[in-house]
Design a protein around this ligand. Structure first.
Ligand code: SF4
Length: 348
């Protein structure tokens, strides 16, 4: 069994099955996540016989670092190779308020968003809980050597987290656990393209984490054209679910909006967006497009400023995301696909 796969609650149950005391789960969590122990024999408050028993049943795997890219602005992109040879990306972004890690939840993605590098390649498989935990753990270990730590986690990398729901929720519980990585719930943001039944389910979780919606288009015509998820869960269904989420949690919702030249950055689109969000406790995060193919272009500075200004004038809380890692393969999935293509060419 894989030690990073377990929430503390599940580890307690597993230890009881093995004839161990449940409080060992807390001891093990502290050793693993706080003191970076990589085997049971380092855990000096656990008896020799228990160390041996645990050692027979659990392993401490690692992610293999295939490639690292460092941007001029300090953003670092890590390409990890998994045990079965698949590649995933994790991004570390440095902000004045801390270090934020953006993790992947799947190898590839089935949602097919037309503007996304990952969406052009189908999902190969879901990530296991431990593969998500190790993305954060590994970067935290790198930062520890620099006297720093991961303070924020955004679940916005390759994959749709609600298409890998149970594993994603266990991952959140582990990183949020104060005996684990101890990342505050308010410092964790999950972003979904809009899988309505899972938004409802998520509303009932007693976790104070932030919800972001990859909205990107303000009407069904455009959204269904470029985001197939909208054909199943259109804006009416999505916004009904979000109203329910708000009633249940009272938490502000973030809307992600990638500005694409001539497609969703017009004044008409901006007005539609304002009408859609009117009266909601939310804010909009405008994102400059990372150009990964020839179909879509980044909005001009003028169009971006006008869009931003109009939202502000109409009282919508809006931020314009700082362009991060633009000099490396910054778009989600870009480095993974580039490396896989290069490897395939080598094998030809
Ligand atoms: S934007 Fe997100 S949900 Fe859409 S294809 Fe890309 S990874 Fe999947």
């Amino acid at each position: 069994m894989n030690i990073y796969q377990f929430t503390r609650e599940k580890l307690q149950l597993k230890l009881q099955e093995l004839g161990e005391k449940p409080y060992r789960a807390t001891q093990i969590f502290e050793w693993v996540y706080k003191k970076s122990a990589r085997n049971f024999f380092e855990m000096t408050n656990i008896s020799k016989s228990s160390q041996e028993l645990l050692n027979e049943h659990f392993v401490f795997p690692k992610l293999h670092l295939e490639k690292e890219q460092i941007s001029k602005d300090g953003t670092r992109k890590y390409l990890f190779r998994l045990h079965d040879g698949n590649l995933i990306e994790t991004v570390l972004m440095r902000f004045h308020y801390g270090n934020s890690v953006c993790i992947s939840t799947q190898v590839g993605c089935n949602m097919g968003c037309a503007f996304c590098a990952s969406g052009q390649h189908k999902r190969i498989r879901n990530l296991d809980v431990y593969e998500m935990v190790l993305q954060v753990y590994t970067i935290n270990e790198i930062l520890k050597k620099e006297d720093s730590r991961v303070s924020h986690v955004v679940i916005m990398g390759i994959g749709e987290p609600f298409d890998n729901y149970n594993n994603t929720i266990d991952f959140i519980k582990i990183i949020n656990d104060d005996k684990g990585l101890g990342i505050g719930a308010r410092h964790i943001t999950l972003s979904t393209s809009g899988i309505v039944p899972k938004i409802i389910e998520f509303s009932h979780l007693p976790l104070q984490i932030n919800l972001a919606i990859s909205l990107h288009f303000p009407n069904d015509k455009l959204r269904s054209k470029y985001m197939p998820v909208n054909r199943k869960y259109n804006l009416e269904k999505l916004f009904d679910a979000l109203k329910y989420y708000y009633e249940m949690t009272n938490r502000r919702i973030t809307f992600e909006y990638i500005l694409i030249d001539g497609i969703n950055d017009t004044k008409e689109c901006c007005i539609e967006l304002i009408n859609l969000l009117r009266g909601m406790n939310c804010y909009v995060n405008l994102i400059p497009m990372n150009e990964t193919n020839t179909m879509f272009r980044r909005s001009s500075e003028k169009a971006t400023d006008e869009f931003y200004d109009l939202l502000m004038q109409k009282g919508i809380n809006v931020t314009l995301r700082r362009d991060q890692g633009h000099d490396i393969d910054a778009a989600c999935g870009q480095l993974r696909i580039k490396t896989e293509m290069a490897n395939a060419r080598k094998n030809c």
